[in-house]
Design a protein around this ligand. Sequence first.
Ligand code: SF4
Length: 450
Amino acid sequence: MLNTCCIRQNADDKLYGNLGQLKSVQERRPGLQIAVGGCLAQKDRELLLERAPHVDAVFGTHNVGRVAALLALARSGGEPVLEVPDAPGRDEETDFPTAMAVRHDQPYAAWVTVQVGCNNSCAFCIVPAVRGPEVSRPFGELVEELGGLAARGTVEVTLLGQNVNSYGRDLTTKWRGAPAEGAELAWIAGRRWAREGSLRARPLFADLLRELGAVPGIRRIRFTSPHPKDLRPETIAAMAETPAVCEQLHLPLQSGSDRVLQAMRRGYTAERYLSLLADARAAIADLAVTTDIIVGFPGETEEDFERTLEVASLAAYDSAYTFVFSPRAGTRAAQMTELYVPPEVVADRFERLKVVIERSALARNLSRIGMIEQAIVEGPSKKDPKVLSGRTRQGKLVHFAPRKGDDLVPGTFVSVRVERAAPHHLAGALVSAEQGPGRRVGERIPVVAG
Ligand code: SF4
């Protein structure tokens, strides 16, 4: 089963390459079925089956839960099945099967979708076209899901949404159209609003963070991605005051030039972005910040790009995902062909941005030398199996050697004294490891100067 993404062109190209390879696997193994889902499948639909007729089932972003049934249908009917909702929307029954809470490849961590779709219209982005408007899952469903995950040993969850900061807006609209009381209201909007009265009910992402942060057994909560224009003070306060929420904020900048931000239709200026970041850093002790930046948006001048370098430098990121602008058919930016930046200029800017990002990433990591970090063991390091790798609350990778006789299985909480740092990882010495299943809930990060 291939889950696809159409945000960038090379993911598009890769899909058809992978499907070509799978064709020969299928020829060697009769009966092997191939299903393709996600937003690229949603976008290409019939085209996908034309280009890869050996695929058995194609499904969209809102009907993941139907995949087993579609494969059975393809098997019994002897021909490919395509089921992609035309225009997934708020009024439609959005399918949020329990499969949406995907157990990570690590048994102690899970990804939990809290919202699908997006109501924004960023000029470079194809998501609103393929994933439809925002639909949030009700509070009660998410609280129950996290409770179930915790009972099965999950201690860390990452909440997923296209724009998690606007989580709940559609629930408010839905709720106001059909008011409910008591338990029903708590299910939709959370216990806080059920207490405060139905007419004012306005569930926010901040409420969700607080409520999920109180689920026993869930010790770490992360989320991605918030949109800077929707980052509310309530969210910053909830992050600061909810011990389970990790000190990590991914805040996509995209560009440091107000002119480009306006052309991108992002809804904030560089100054506003930096002031939000300052608020978050002032409120949340020991906050790590990461971002996304696009290089070479149509019309980006050298001056615009220098503003991006300047803002990236001021923001002092812990790390960043940097992308070269990739035109996606159907988006506003893809039509700005006369403003496309020459590839050699984009490549040069990309390298210059990398230098600024790596510099701040290294400085931020070096500043942690001497601290004791709480980490969760992920397993042996990819480069040296004698060394273990773990993830700190800030989301940083930390390598350390286990002591003789230690049985530090993935999911074990350890304390590591940081001794070395590079832009993309920390390394140090094991100080202690938590034994057995006795876990303290809501533990705060034990970072101390060494
Ligand atoms: S907020 Fe994110 S998902 Fe929505 S349109 Fe903008 S970039 Fe795309």
